[in-house]
Every structure is written in C-alpha cells, then in structure tokens.
Design a protein around this ligand. Structure first.
Ligand code: IMP
Length: 207
C-alpha cells in the first residue's frame, strides 16, 4: 500500500493525470482533410490548423521523424499555451516492397493512376495506410500515437469522398473503397482515427 501511495505521489509530482477535455491544439499541416478527421476522432479537443504558409521538407526516414519535425516546427510558431500536433502518413503496398510509404505524397505527380499502373497484372494487392501523430505539450513534452488500417488496392478508382488514395483503397472486411465508404466511416475507422485514439491514451496515461 505504501508503495502504491509512493508511486501515486511520484506521478503527482510529475504532473499526474492531464485534463484531456478541451485540450487546445494546433495541427502543423495544411491538409484540411486531416484536420477534419482529427477533429472527428477527438471531438472534445479544440484543434485548428497552424497558420503557416510553408512547412519543413519531409526528409526523415520514418513517419515518426517527419511527424516530429512538423510538430517541432509548429512549436516554434504556435501560441505557447497550446499543444502542437505533427502528423505523417502514407500507404504501403506489399507488392512494391512497402513503397510508396513515407514518399506517398511526392513519389508521383499523378499517384492514383501511377500506383494502379505499377500494380498492373499483380494479383497480391495487400496494402496498409499508416499514420503517426506526435504531440508536443506547452512544456515541450512529447507523446505519440500510431494507427494502421490494413486493406488492399482496388483494380480501379471508385467513390468520391476522402482524399489521396481513398478511391483505390479497400479496407479489410469491406468490399468498398474508402472513397465509397465515406467520411463518416473514415472518421471512425481510419489509420488517423486509430492514431488519434492511441495518442489520446498516451497523453492520459500516468507518467
Ligand atoms: P503527408 O503525410 O503530408 O506526407 O502525406 C501523406 C500522403 O499519403 C497523402 O498525400 C496521401 O497521398 C497519402 N495518404 C495519407 N493518408 C491518407 C488517407 O487517409 N487517405 C488517402 N491517402 C492518404
């Protein structure tokens, strides 16, 4: 018992549990779709886009490195009393050795037709969306959350909701593309929604 009390006291000394409701955050991104998805996944947080016209180049070797770079960039611009979120995501295709991965936003000028062309005649079309979120607190403490959505690449684009590869990504246990399943489905099930829940749990966890 005494040991438990001591552990609780130690945690309290380091700040204890954080109030998670109405947490104010700035997302270091220009992507309004990402903002909408994070707002839907974390409805009690107040998230806005960071007002920046340019973001640092994505030169990291992992989603985490890129997400952290964005968050650190945002930390330098945002109001001191808000949290800052950095996000990096991509699609990994088994038959392409995990590419385009962290290059998903820039490996092609026309990524959907080019990915379909790269998989022309390929039967094994397993793929996954990955999202890494990094949060920096007003004090500079770092927390992170990862989310994965497994699925496969469709033979042709279908649907109009979402963005990026959504017209050609069919999540496991469904037979429709994310662009057909729609924004509501995505807000509950996407890699970004899963990363948001993992981040929330990391922030809530006693330190
Ligand atoms: P970045 O995170 O800004 O590097 O961009 C990630 C890229 O991965 C996006 O430009 C899309 O091409 C792709 N991507 C990431 N998340 C999604 C998603 O939820 N739907 C469709 N494409 C996505």
């Amino acid at each position: 018992m005494a040991r438990l009390d001591a552990a609780r006291a130690r945690r309290a000394g380091r700040g204890g549990e954080r109030p998670l409701q109405r947490l104010r955050a700035r997302l270091a991104s220009g992507n309004a779709h990402k903002l909408d998805e994070l707002r839907a996944a974390l409805p009690d947080w107040e998230i806005a886009l960071l007002g920046a016209s340019d973001f640092p180049p994505e030169v990291g070797e992992t989603y985490y490195e890129n997400a952290r770079t964005k968050a650190e960039f945002g930390r330098g611009l945002a109001e001191p009393d808000v949290w800052v979120l950095g996000e990096d995501s991509g699609i990994e295709v088994d038959a392409l050795g995990g590419r385009p991965g962290i290059e998903s936003a820039r490996w092609s000028d026309d990524p959907v037709p080019d990915l379909l062309a790269a998989l022309d005649g390929v039967g094994h079309r397993a793929a996954r969306y990955v999202c890494e979120l990094v949060a920096l607190s007003p004090e500079g403490e770092e927390l992170r959350g990862t989310g994965v959505l497994a699925g496969r690449v469709a033979p042709e684009p279908r649907g109009s909701e979402g963005f990026g590869y959504d017209p050609i990504f069919i999540p496991d246990a469904t037979s429709d593309t994310v662009a057909i399943l729609g924004n509501e489905w995505k807000q509950a099930n996407s890699h970004r929604a899963r990363a948001a829940q993992a981040l929330r749990a990391a922030i809530a966890a006693p330190r």
